[in-house]
Design a protein around this ligand. Structure first.
Ligand code: 6GU
Length: 265
């Protein structure tokens, strides 16, 4: 998969993308990440990327031309050759050629989640546009952006951290990126449940011991115990997730026990 990132601060991506799993994914060519400095797509002497808003007001707005120019450069089969203007001359028949989806990172976007990460991971290409300042010229939103995503209900100084979050969540779902083939399949949210507790050596740490069942070697009992721990944790922390997850008869019985425990308290 190829991901292009348009930003005024390409340097902030360097450390994170060059470590650990994302580094290996790029070395093995499962993932290509290109960051692009929007400023390099300006044509004026002072390389201006933002200006005050029409109609007045505070803050600066990202200008449309450098962003359109950058997208046309990195997705040359894309929309808007000879922009702007000559689209009118192509008549009703004209359809923009297909291009990679362009996602704007902004607190106004839809909340990014695991399901979206899975869908994005199926794409051959993706372009991420990091918002900055007070905003971005609306013509970018209207004519270039395919979707807008936010990573949560708080305001960051720019879309860069959000873009890193999206790249990370998407990259680890590309087949082969995680070491063990099924490592993503047991994730919290992938199963629809939160994960239960994990333990490693030592079996006894001070007075705290690892649950016997995990050391029993009894695979079926361990699997059942883990499922019940996941159900318990989800019940305690994110009960609304239980409404949409697929539950076996055994799961339902266990949840009934949890409900009884609760009323007994
Ligand atoms: Cl995508 N951008 C900014 N600036 N703030 C955010 C965000 C994005 N998601 C949550 N807060």
């Amino acid at each position: 998969m190829r991901i292009d990132i348009l930003t005024l601060f390409p340097e902030v991506f360097e450390g994170y993308f060059q470590a650990s799993i994302l580094e290996r994914a790029q070395e093995t060519d499962l993932l290509q990440i290109y960051t692009h400095q929007i400023r390099e797509y300006t044509t004026d002497k002072h390389h201006v990327t933002d200006e005050p808003p029409y109609g007045g007001g505070s803050g600066m707005i990202l200008k449309p031309e450098p962003i359109f120019r950058a997208v046309n450069a990195i997705a040359p089969d894309g929309v808007l050759e000879n922009w702007p203007g000559d689209q009118e001359n192509r008549g009703e028949q004209w359809q923009p050629p297909s291009r990679p989806p362009l996602i704007l990172l902004t607190p106004q976007g839809k909340s990014f989640n695991q399901k979206m990460a899975g869908e994005l991971a199926l794409l051959p290409r993706l372009i991420l546009l990091c918002g900055r300042y007070e905003g971005i010229d609306e013509r970018v939103r209207e004519h270039l952006v395919s979707a807008e995503l936010s990573i949560g209900d708080y305001v960051l100084t720019g879309g860069e951290l959000a873009a890193m979050v999206v790249v990370d969540a998407v990259a680890r779902l590309i087949p082969g990126v995680l070491g063990a083939e099924d490592a993503a399949e047991q994730d919290s949210f992938a199963t629809g449940l939160l994960e239960g507790p994990h333990y490693t050596r030592p079996a006894t740490f001070g007075q705290w011991v690892v649950p016997d069942v995990l050391r029993s070697g009894h695979a079926a009992r361990i699997a059942r115990w883990r499922r019940e721990q996941a159900l318990r944790r989800t019940w305690q922390r994110r009960p609304e997730l239980l409404l949409t997850v697929e539950l076996s008869e055994e799961d339902k019985k266990f949840l009934a026990v949890l409900a009884e425990e609760q009323t007994a308290k």
